[in-house]
Ligand binder design. Structure first.
Ligand code: GLN
Length: 197
């Protein structure tokens, strides 16, 4: 498997994730078609609108292609809508919303209410060290329930907002909109660690 990483480029903060991955020290390319997954080690699923991205993923054949990519050893990192798309269960979505179902967890869409649609929050995330991580929440989901093997990495207002499952990572917030690159570095390390394990 190659050293390259990709960012699913259907909707959302694609250039920001490409820059964050490059700053984390890896080559990063936009993924516009399922064939672009070929030879990638990791894939970022950006935020946006999970129903729209899910419909586009289904339309272009990305659901099966990304599931295959994962079966073959690829790692995924989902931010916000991307985290929703990786979940097995989605609450507050449209019925049968398309999803990848890769991480055994239940996500609640728009979980922090309408009043706080967008907020910048310094968040404790012990896996990254003692310094809190600066995060941006935008109509964020939270993780309501995790299945076996899912490790909780951070909570905000008593709700799970970051977790990992094997080599896969999810955050309800957007680190790509800040200059803190520790989360992208963590994902890169997880994606490489999976291969040598
Ligand atoms: N609220 C969006 C959804 O449910 C996610 C928002 C985001 O990705 N910033 O898809």
């Amino acid at each position: 498997m190659a050293e390259r990483f990709g960012v699913l480029a259907l909707q959302g903060a694609v250039p920001e994730h490409l820059r964050a991955l490059a700053a984390a020290g890896v080559e990063a390319v936009p993924v516009k078609w399922p064939a672009d997954l070929e030879g990638l080690r990791g894939l970022v699923l950006p935020g946006g609108e999970s129903t729209t991205i899910g419909d586009l993923m289904q339309h272009y054949g990305f659901i099966e292609a990304i599931q295959r990519f994962v079966q073959e050893g690829g790692a995924c990192y989902g931010t916000c809508a991307g985290a929703i798309l990786l979940a097995t269960e989605i609450v507050g979505g449209k019925p049968n919303q398309p999803r990848l179902g890769i991480i055994p967890m239940t996500v609640q869409r728009n979980g922090f209410g309408r009043q706080v649609e967008s907020a910048e929050v310094p968040l404790a995330m012990p896996v990254l060290g003692p310094e809190p991580v600066h995060t941006v929440f935008i109509r964020a989901p939270y993780i309501a329930e995790v299945g076996p093997g899912v490790e909780v990495l951070a909570e905000h207002q008593g709700k799970i907002v970051a977790a990992r499952y094997g080599r896969h990572l999810v955050t309800a917030f957007h680190p790509e909109l800040t200059e803190d690159r520790r989360i992208h570095k963590l994902f890169v390390e997880m994606a490489f660690g999976a291969v040598s394990a």
